[in-house]
Design a protein around this ligand. Structure first.
Ligand code: ATP
Ligand code: MG
Length: 223
């Protein structure tokens, strides 16, 4: 569960200030899939980065499981992010020098609860979940775009996070790959995870429990 309270964010450059978010309260629940829509420049990426605790904001609160993120110590923040939140980006951001299963292992290095000898097995299990069991030893360049994104999803799941944030996850993919990815997200939702997906694809609406738009800095429920 992740909650926003009176969130405000401005980008300040030398010449001007841009008010990106100026939102009232909103609560994202587990076991639901949220689609964030809105025109280019409306603030979708900014919102996901704030939810993912990757960037600061000017006022308001982000509360994850009843903890106000701003009150945490720096070292707790890093651990918290590593365990609670999985990120998926449009451009996959896989390490090209690592095989598929090694990419999935990367976030596990920061998680002392996973023993080193368990890592590979766990990575393979996650790759099975995204139907890539026959690609575990492939390097990113030996995978299609859709397959690379599925590796990135498996990696986002490495530490079994409760919240998955995806920024245009199918922006570089064809319809067929997009459908496979959205189906994986739907399965994760059924497992009880909270999925928040910014997307330009109209197709996401068919999978979403809630469609939200960012318009003039406000988060609004469309459906
Ligand atoms: N670091 C920054 N400094 C200054 N302005 C920024 C910064 N990042 C984003 N902006 C501005 O804030 C606004 C919102 O950007 P954001 O990337 O959140 O939009 P978006 O909805 O994700 O757009 P897109 O659909 O194109 O990805 C844009 O007008 C952008 O130019
Ligand atoms: Mg964006």
């Amino acid at each position: 569960m992740i909650k926003l309270e009176n969130l405000s964010k401005k980008y300040k450059t030398k010449e001007k200030e841009i008010q990106v978010l100026n939102s009232e309260n909103y609560q994202f629940e587990n076991g639901k899939l949220y689609a964030i829509i809105g025109h280019s420049g409306s603030g979708k990426t900014t919102l996901l980065n704030i939810l993912g605790t990757l960037i600061d904001f000017d006022s308001g609160k982000v509360i994850v499981d009843d903890v106000d993120f701003a009150t945490m110590k720096e070292k707790d923040k890093a651990k918290f992010r590593n365990r609670k939140i999985g990120f998926v980006f449009q451009s996959y951001l896989l390490n090209p020098t690592l095989k598929a299963y090694e990419n999935v292992i990367v976030p596990m290095y920061l998680n002392r609860d996973i023993k080193s000898k368990e890592r590979k097995e766990k990575a393979i299990e996650l790759l099975k979940k995204v139907k890539l069991e026959d690609r575990i030893n492939h390097f990113p360049k030996e995978l299609s775009g859709g397959e690379q994104q599925r590796v990135a999803i498996a990696r986002a799941l490495a530490n079994n996070p409760e919240i998955i944030l995806a920024d245009e996850p199918t922006g570089n993919l064809d319809k067929e790959s997009e459908e496979i990815i959205f189906k994986i997200f739907e399965d994760l939702k059924k497992e009880g995870k909270c999925l928040i997906i910014a997307s330009h694809s109209d197709y996401i609406k068919a999978y979403a429990d809630v469609v939200l738009s960012v318009t003039d800095g406000k988060l609004e429920v469309v459906r």
